[in-house]
Design a protein around this ligand. Structure first.
Ligand code: FCB
Length: 436
């Protein structure tokens, strides 16, 4: 592990000095997390595997005009190097690995399922067990098979049934070894992101989809970040989650099933909470409602957002911002866990949390600071099942390409060599002790 003693001490010291987490500095007794707590790192197929040439994102990244700053190409070559990724997670001291299935590899044509690809993912599930890692599996992390995109994606009334068929088939093959299933990753994400985007993005998307229709010879192409269709897709996504959950349970009745919610810690800046409450209802309401029927809910949080009577505010003057402009705000994760549990009554699993930063030090500060708050929420009675950090690796961050760095390990883009960062040691030490 490429972490010097000095680097580790430096990260740990600045973590202890972080003013928003006074309880770290004051803690004299070890503070334990619940027994069986999941400590993990997350990845997603398209962002690390490379060469998923049968997916909608691959096409959109490689046509002109495109909304992507660069194409994924080889990713981190994790399709070949997945075993090394698992070794890395284990070396950090984690007990959980979250990864996703690439639907476009498993079902390259409608109704044709590849045994070889199902076996590929089964080997990853088994590889997790060999290394003492619990596999948390996302059945769809945004990418879709090209054929699904050519048929209108989630705007197609058949989409819930098509997704459920895939999930049932995959669960039959893999389900025995999976610890927890997530049907969809951030199905509410586009609606939320769209609310802060200029109209020009919709026009750019329409031009890109027109080109996608031209090259595929279709008329209904919807793929990638389909902001314009975000609201239209919601009812089918909700039904898709419900149908897929039933299909997975029909194969593996004991497997806990949920989905992961994109959530910002929405705060009212003053007395007037109306705008904040409306935003919460619009971004999360339908999904929190459906989560009441699930075994648990995944939450993915990166920051907070403040609202006054007129709308969303920008980060306070002087706030620390990460590489993509998110405010550094360690308390946001625990606040989201409290809110989501209060509304749904379900146990919460942190399926993503992290920070985009070239320099690793803020990540090493954020992890213990956020976990201190999370532990306070647990002590108050919020059932939190685990903490899965985004991400194991610096990877392809969608439209932003390889620029944002979220990894606990960096990746050399030509040799694919992984190098652990000091923050991996910070997380690993907490994970190994299950306490601070
Ligand atoms: C989430 C996505 C994940 C990653 C992080 C930074 O919204 O689920 O794939 O890109 O953001």
């Amino acid at each position: 592990m490429k972490v010097t003693r000095r680097e580790f001490a430096k990260s740990a010291m600045s973590a202890a000095a972080w003013s928003a987490a006074p309880s770290i500095a004051h803690a004299t007794q070890p503070r334990f997390f619940p027994t069986g707590f999941l400590w993990g790192a997350a990845t997603a197929g398209h962002q690390i595997e490379g060469n998923d040439i049968n997916s909608d994102f691959w096409l959109l990244e490689n046509i002109k005009p495109t909304m992507f700053s660069e194409p994924v190409l080889d990713g981190c070559n994790s399709f070949e190097l997945w075993a090394g990724d698992l070794d890395l997670a284990r070396r950090i001291g984690l007990n959980t690995y979250r990864f996703s299935l690439e639907w476009s590899r498993i079902e390259p044509e409608p109704g044709l399922f590849s045994m070889a690809m199902l076996d590929h993912y089964k080997a990853i599930v088994e590889g997790c067990h060999t290394r003492g890692l619990k596999p948390v599996v996302t059945f769809s992390h945004w990418t879709m098979p090209l054929w699904f995109a050519e048929r209108g994606n989630w705007t197609n009334p058949d989409s819930p049934a098509l997704f459920a068929r895939f999930c049932g088939r995959a669960a039959r093959h893999l389900g025995d070894g999976i610890e927890r299933a997530l049907t969809l990753n951030e199905p509410n994400g586009l609606v939320m992101e769209k609310s802060s985007l200029p109209e020009s993005v919709m026009r750019a998307q329409a031009t890109m989809f027109a080109e996608a229709n031209r090259v595929t010879g279709s008329t209904d192409f919807v793929g990638g970040p389909a902001f314009a269709e975000a609201e239209q897709m919601q009812p089918n996504l909700l039904k898709g989650h419900r149908d897929a959950s039933s299909a997975i349970r029909a194969e593996r009745s004991l497997l806990p099933v949920g989905f992961s919610l994109a959530i910002v810690d929405e705060q009212a800046a003053g007395e007037d909470t109306a705008m904040r409450d409306t935003a919460r209802e619009r971004f999360y309401g339908p999904w929190l409602n459906t989560a009441k029927q699930d075994d648990y809910i995944g939450i993915q949080n990166y920051t907070r957002r403040r609202w006054d009577a007129k709308g969303a505010l920008s980060a306070p003057a002087g706030a620390r911002l990460d590489q993509i402009g998110n405010e550094f705000y360690p308390a946001s994760l625990a606040n989201c866990a409290r809110y989501v549990h209060k509304v749904t009554g379900r146990p919460v699993l942190v399926t993503e949390h992290g920070i985009a930063n070239e320099d690793d030090l803020p990540r090493a500060e954020l992890i213990p600071a956020a976990l201190t708050h999370l532990q306070e929420a647990i002590a108050e009675g919020v059932p939190v099942l685990g903490y899965i950090h985004w991400s194991l690796l610096d990877n392809f961050e969608w439209a932003r390409g390889y620029v944002p760095k979220y990894g606990l390990a960096s990746v050399d883009r030509s040799t694919f060599r992984r190098t652990l960062k000091p923050s991996a040691t910070v997380l690993g030490e907490i994970a190994k002790r299950n306490s601070f």
